[in-house]
Design a protein around this ligand. Structure first.
Ligand SMILES: Cc1cc2nc3c(=O)[nH]c(=O)nc-3n(C[C@H](O)[C@H](O)[C@H](O)COP(=O)(O)OP(=O)(O)OC[C@H]3O[C@@H](n4cnc5c(N)ncnc54)[C@H](O)[C@@H]3O)c2cc1C
Length: 418
């Protein structure tokens, strides 16, 4: 008889894990607090370490319909616009066996969700997992069902017509994101930390841009305490633009800090961006000016994982941002969630004749150092991207000399997860 797995959270991590486990013999149910899985988010870059897994799950055709395949990754200077390095992405398939692509988060979520449902995953929305307990035999979670309210975790938990139920399973996966309340219960290590980095993001139709601002490449513009990333999504028809700055969040209520979709007034946003990009070249100024609807995302993370126990505790495993929230400077947060999913399913099958606790322990052992390395490297990349003074000069020398080898990163893209 197939074993039942409950998953808390229907983001990229939860759905990918659901799909991967359903492709084995598990019976999977995802509990998602939102009333429906909405199309929120922005662009995501996926390297060959991730697309190799998606291909193995039979998703390459579905991905080709919605993704973009940029030809180059360019490092540029904010102040002058100088291209410091151009690294080809088009040959990633030859080098690493799978492509480098860019995609809207909602499109990735839809592809995964469709495949998960076809594989038999049951997604139950409007279900906030409040509490988890386990013994040697099973896991029991308390789920609050009912009329959803808009707002934060705290508000959502005070439902108008609260109704609580208990669900039991052989295994439980925590995939409730960076603000995971379930992690706090299981590991007891408090809230994530404020990075004091802010992500302003916008999507603009390429046809709304003057020809010289349109692009099918990934470009990363680096400046003192700021950088801007741009790349195509939705088959190249839209440009995703993200400006990452350093500083405090002013004028935002505490509970809104958990929101990845904050909007300030256009005047306030323009003022913030102008101040962060003071001295930027005219091309970058024009691009930022051309993007109308900016959304603000305060960034939180945790220090790199310390040990396998942070990934699994007996019948409970953590995946994605709940386990290892990271800064976006290596573009691997969703990627590590998908690698987690693949590894969990691998251990589920390889150790099929063993207890769930052994399978989860093997998963944790296989994943924690990889995730810790990527988390640490993402922090380091942020320091390099935002360098000031002599470090900036040294960075530019390094980028120029790396040239087209810049994105040739075997430890990252050549990683063969299960
Ligand atoms: C600016 C920026 C750029 C990025 N760019 C990239 C990139 O290029 N490449 C990349 O790979 N990654 C990128 N990332 C990271 C990536 O977006 C995240 O790592 C990924 O989306 C995390 O997915 P998740 O499923 O773990 O969490 P989430 O997407 O946060 O999903 C958590 C889900 O759990 C639900 N939930 C919460 N609490 C409960 C509960 N108690 N019960 C039930 N449900 C619950 C939530 O409603 C939500 O649906 C970027 C991040 C940022 C901020």
């Amino acid at each position: 008889m197939s074993e039942k797995v409950l998953i808390a959270g229907g983001g990229i991590a939860g759905i990918a894990t659901g799909l991967a486990l359903a492709r084995t013999d598990a019976s999977v149910q995802i509990l998602e607090r939102a009333p429906e899985l909405t199309e929120v988010g922005a662009g995501i870059q996926l390297g060959p370490n991730v697309t190799r897994i998606l291909n193995a799950w039979g998703l390459s055709t579905a991905m080709q319909k919605v993704a973009s395949y940029p030809a180059n990754w360019k490092a540029r200077r904010v102040s002058t616009g100088e291209v410091l390095a151009t690294s080809p992405l088009a040959d990633m398939s030859t080098r690493y066996g799978a492509p480098y692509l860019t995609i809207h988060r909602a499109d990735l979520q839809n592809v995964l969700l469709h495949a998960a449902r076809v594989s038999g995953v049951h997604v139950q929305c409007d279900s906030l997992v409040q509490n988890v307990q386990q013994d040697s035999q099973q896991v029991c979670v308390t789920v609050s069902l009912g009329e959803a309210l808009e707002g934060t975790n705290e508000v959502l938990s005070k439902r108008a017509q609260e109704q609580t139920t208990k669900e039991y399973s052989n295994a439980f996966v925590i995939a409730d994101g960076v603000w995971s309340t379930l992690r706090q219960q299981v590991l007891g290590d408090g809230l994530p930390r404020m990075t004091r980095h802010l992500a302003y993001r916008a999507l603009v139709a390429q046809t709304d841009l003057p020809a010289h601002l349109r692009s099918q490449d990934v470009s990363v513009w680096m400046g003192p305490k700021v950088h801007v990333v741009q790349y195509p999504v939705r088959g190249g028809e839209w440009l995703n633009v993200v400006c990452l700055t350093e500083g405090q969040m002013y004028g935002v209520a505490n509970q809104d800090l958990q929101d990845w979709n904050l909007s300030k007034s256009l005047i306030e946003t323009r003022a913030d961006l102008q101040s962060a990009l003071r001295g930027a070249c005219s091309h970058l100024q024009a691009l930022v000016e051309a993007c109308g609807d900016w959304r603000l995302w305060p960034l939180y993370d945790r220090p790199p994982m310390q040990n396998a126990a942070q990934h699994a505790q007996a019948r409970v495993a953590l995946v994605g941002d709940a386990a290892h929230p990271m800064r976006p400077y290596l573009a691997q947060g969703a990627g590590m969630a998908i690698e987690d999913a693949a590894e969990l399913a691998h251990q589920w099958t390889t150790l099929a004749n063993q207890d769930v606790r052994q399978r989860f322990a093997a998963f944790a052992q296989a994943r924690w150092q990889r995730n810790a390395r990527v988390q640490a490297r993402a922090i380091r990349n942020g320091e390099i991207f935002h360098a000031t003074g002599p470090m900036q000069w040294a960075r530019d020398v390094g980028l120029r000399s790396a040239g087209k080898r810049l994105m040739d990163i075997p430890w990252l893209y050549g990683y063969l997860s299960a």
